[in-house]
Structures are given as C-alpha cells and as structure tokens.
Design a protein around this ligand. Structure first.
Ligand SMILES: Cc1cc2nc3c(=O)[nH]c(=O)nc-3n(C[C@H](O)[C@H](O)[C@H](O)COP(=O)(O)OP(=O)(O)OC[C@H]3O[C@@H](n4cnc5c(N)ncnc54)[C@H](O)[C@@H]3O)c2cc1C
Length: 474
C-alpha cells in the first residue's frame, strides 16, 4: 500500500486508529484457526459508523480488499486477509445504543462484546440467549456474521433467531438498514437473513437490533457419566425423543474430560468415557418434571453415574468448565485442529463410532466435545503443524469423517462457518450449482468482489472481482 493511501486513512480516522507497521499487523494476521495466516496491508479501527462508509468507498477507489473483523476468535479463518488489503476492525464501534423494555429489544454497535451485551440486558431483567463459548471475547458483529451458536442453542436457537434489524454498508459503499422492531416483517426479500451468516462477504454490519426474552425462572443442572461414548450419544437422542428439550445438552469425551480437569481442577472423574452436561430451565414446575424425565432416560440407557449441581454456583462452575474445553485441549499440543461436524441427532452414536474408528486408523490424538443436543460435535485433533505426516493424517481423518457426515444428511459446519478452512468441504456438500448461485448473490451485494474475498468459495474472475490475486490459500 502506498504512503499516500495510508496518509488518506490517517486523515480519515486519526493516527491512533490506523496500524501499518509490520509488528502491529502480525497480530491481525490470524484468528483462532490453525494453519491460516496472511498479513493485511493496514488495519483500521473506525469509531463511528459513518467512517465505515468512507472506508468502503476508499477501498473501492483503490481496488483494495476489505476484511471485516471483530475479535478474531473465528474458527474458519474468516477474518484473515487472504488477499491482503484493509482489515476493518469493528471493536471500537462498541456502544450499546438502546435497551427498549417496551418492545423487548436492544440495539448495539457491531463491536460490542457478546458477554457485555448479555450482562447489560440482564440488569434490566431481560435475557439474550446466544452464548458462544467465546462470549467473553467475541463481538456481536462476529456472532452475526458467523450465525454463532452456543451452549443454550438447543432450546433457545442461534444468533439468527434474535437478529431483528441490521445496518451497515455493502461492498460498493451503499448503506443499508434491513428489518426493524416489528415482530412481523415480510416486506421484500429477506436481506437480513442473507446477511446473517454471510461471514463478512456481503456487507459490513455496523449496528444490530436484537430480540430479547424474559429470563427463565428456574434452572437445574445435571451431569451424567458414561463408560462408553456411544451410550452417551444414545442418551442424547433418547432425551429428545422423550420430547424434552433441555436448554443445554453438551458432551465431552474422555480426552476432553482429562484436559479440562487438568486445567480447571473441579473433580471430574478421569476414568469415564464421556460426560453429558444437561441444563433444564423455565417455569419451576416444568423444570422439576423435565429434570425427572431426563434422569429417567439416563437410567434407562445405563449412565454410570448421575449427579446434580448442588447450587447455582456449582452449576455455573460446571458450565464454565465446559466452556474451557477448547482452551484446555489447546494446552496439550502445539496445534489444535478443530472441526464442526454436525449430524441429525439420531446419528450421534454412529458419529462417535466413526470418530473412534478413524482415530485408530490414522493413529491420532483426538478429543471430542460439543453441543450434542444440536448434533454439533467438535472432534479436535491434537497435533503439531510442523509434523507434515501427522498433519496429512489429520486432514485425511476429517476428509473421511465428512464423507459419513454428509452421507447421513449432516453438514460441514454447524456454527463456525466456511471461511478459508472449509471451502472444499462446502462444495462437497452443496455442489457446483450451489456455489454458482452463491457467487451470483455475492456479486449483487459486492459488485467489485472486494468484501472479504476468497472466503466461503473461490471467486471466479469472470463474475466481477477485481480483488488482488495471490492468496496463500486459494
Ligand atoms: C474458545 C472458543 C470457543 C468458541 N465457541 C463457539 C461456540 O460455542 N459457538 C460458535 O458459534 N462459535 C464459537 N467460537 C467461534 C467464534 O468465537 C465465533 O465464530 C464468533 O462469532 C466470532 O466472533 P469474532 O468477533 O471473534 O469475529 P471474527 O473472528 O473477528 O470474525 C468472524 C467472521 O465474521 C466477519 N465479521 C466480523 N465482524 C463483522 C461485521 N461487523 N460485519 C461483517 N462481518 C463481520 C469476519 O469477516 C469473519 O468472516 C469459539 C471460538 C473460540 C476461540
């Protein structure tokens, strides 16, 4: 990037909101995804929404890629500038603008941290359910762009289910506001729904209005241990088949239990093959019935042990331990290669069998945890990026696993998105026709192909991109 171009950005935002020295750029050259790194030319931090419009217009004039970024906790390489250009970091657009107690909504800028938003609405007696494991760091914009799920997704749904309105900027500098506080709105195409989960490729979100709900009045937290993981998978399917929808139904396998115990030291039994963390919430009478129903199912399938959290503090400690699963696994080896395989719930037990078979076949160290109630598993290979042979085996493991996941009607991503990491997998799932239509959609939102180029699918030059070529990943 030329000095004149950097100078223009400094003029636009102020010196303290523009980074261009190599040492500073390195921090923004990766997210939480291993094996993916690329340096941007510059990182900018708008503090007002109107600056984002100016930045997009500038990128169009200069023909520079522009990559939106929240906190960089993404697990598919989405905020890495694969084609260089401008990383537009939204963390300084971080104001909660309104909590509307009459309409049960709240409006916030895209850079607000998820947990801060949750806490702010809680002080008004309201509840924002989406709670990704990264909620203490991730931003609302990143959650929307990835349609993030979380531990409460089973009962309460994912980010998409709470987004009522979005404002921001399309790839050609045109501003948009789509949706509003009306609970019903079918005016025109559902642009809001296209933008949710679009991974920064269709528009830059600067502001969002979310639906809020009253918090549950009561909650009970159960832990069930199993001597084989297949039975844990069966227990999940049977709980759902018993027409009980817990708020949380999370799983950890033996490797994960041991890593979490090493890290959190909360007395998890290391010899068990799997544990389920189950939370039922709602009206106290219903909660009591559902907790009893869950216990009955667990006994029928043959859980080795069933425990109940002694009090709210104990329950919070157990949920917090589950949230540390990825960090705890990441301490074991230099590289933590995590996937996002998602299957219909009646295929969970088969998926665990397949993970075990492939772990043996490829001689790998694998820890599996995830949102079992959603059929969403994170089989995580603990490996070392410097060991080529091991990395090849790890990728072969996932390749074969996804053959089964897709054959069973599952998906290659339940919540982490496609980004750079899973482009090939996506084509296997939706086929060349699906990719072609996605390219057409992108072209109409981002005619010059400058918004987060190279993510989700490889852009076809013929369809209008003039982004710089030379990605390390395409
Ligand atoms: C320990 C850990 C636990 C996790 N647990 C979960 C989990 O339980 N559930 C889950 O779904 N994910 C989880 N994740 C993944 C990740 O935290 C989520 O995808 C999160 O939504 C990313 O938010 P972010 O602010 O870090 O976004 P980033 O990583 O910075 O960006 C993610 C994507 O969003 C785009 N983007 C960011 N902001 C905007 C914006 N304002 N406008 C347009 N595009 C934008 C980026 O271009 C990129 O494509 C976890 C990650 C970690 C490290």
């Amino acid at each position: 990037m030329t000095k004149t171009a950097i100078g223009k950005l400094v003029e636009l935002l102020g010196q303290q909101h523009v980074l261009h020295e190599k040492e500073d750029l390195i921090t923004f050259g990766y997210d939480a995804t291993p094996e993916i790194q690329a340096l941007p030319d510059v990182v900018v931090f708008p503090t007002e929404a109107k600056q984002v419009v100016e930045l997009v217009k500038f990128a169009c004039e200069e023909g520079l890629p522009i990559v939106p970024r929240g906190s960089g906790t993404g697990l598919s390489g989405g905020s890495v500038a694969a084609h260089g250009g401008i990383v537009l970091c939204l963390t300084r657009l971080n104001r909660i603008l309104e909590i509307d107690e009459e309409n049960l909504t709240a409006t916030a800028q895209a850079g607000v941290v998820t947990l801060d938003f949750f806490n702010a609405v809680s002080t008004k007696g309201l509840f924002y359910p989406p709670d990704p494991g990264s909620q203490a760091i991730s931003t609302l914009g990143g959650n929307i762009a990835e349609d993030a799920g979380g531990l409460r997704g089973l009962k309460y749904g994912v980010t998409r289910d709470y987004v009522m309105a979005l404002s921001g900027v399309f790839g050609d500098g045109l501003t948009f506001t789509t949706g509003g506080k009306s609970v019903k709105d079918v005016a025109g195409y559902a642009l809001k729904d296209l933008l949710v989960g679009s991974e920064g490729t269709l528009g830059i979100i600067t502001e969002a209005t979310f639906k809020l709900i009253p918090p549950p009045q009561a909650k009970r937290t159960l832990l069930a241990y199993f001597v084989d993981i297949r039975t844990a998978g069966e227990a999940v399917a049977r709980i759902i088949a018993a027409k009980i929808i817990p708020a949380t139904l999370e799983i950890m396998d033996k490797a994960t239990i041991n890593c979490v115990e090493d890290y959190a030291k909360i007395g998890l039994p290391r010899e068990m093959a799997a544990l389920l963390l189950i939370e039922v919430d709602g009206h106290p009478v219903v909660v009591a019935e559902e907790a009893d129903g869950v216990k009955a199912v667990l006994q029928q399938v043959g859980a080795a042990e069933i425990q109940e959290a002694t009090d709210a503090e104990h329950a919070a400690q157990l949920a917090a331990a589950r949230r540390t699963a990825l960090s705890a696994l990441a301490r074991v080896s230099p590289t933590t290669l995590l996937e996002d395989a998602t299957v219909p719930r009646n295929r969970l037990a088969d998926t665990f069998d397949e993970i075990n078979r492939l772990t043996e076949k490829y001689q790998l160290k694998v820890g599996t945890f995830g949102h079992a109630g959603d059929g969403n598993l994170h089989p995580t290979v603990l490996c070392d990026e410097r060991d080529r042979d091991e990395m090849e085996r790890a990728h072969a493991f996932y390749h074969e696993l996804y053959d089964k996941v897709l054959a069973w009607g599952g998906t290659v991503s339940g919540e982490h998105g496609i980004g750079l990491a899973k482009k090939d997998y996506l084509e296997r799932q939706i086929g060349p026709g699906g990719i072609k239509v996605m390219r057409r959609i992108k072209h109409s939102f981002d005619p010059d192909g400058l918004l987060n180029p190279g993510k989700i699918f490889t852009e076809a030059k013929a369809e209008g991109t003039r982004a710089k070529s030379g990605s390390a990943h395409d």
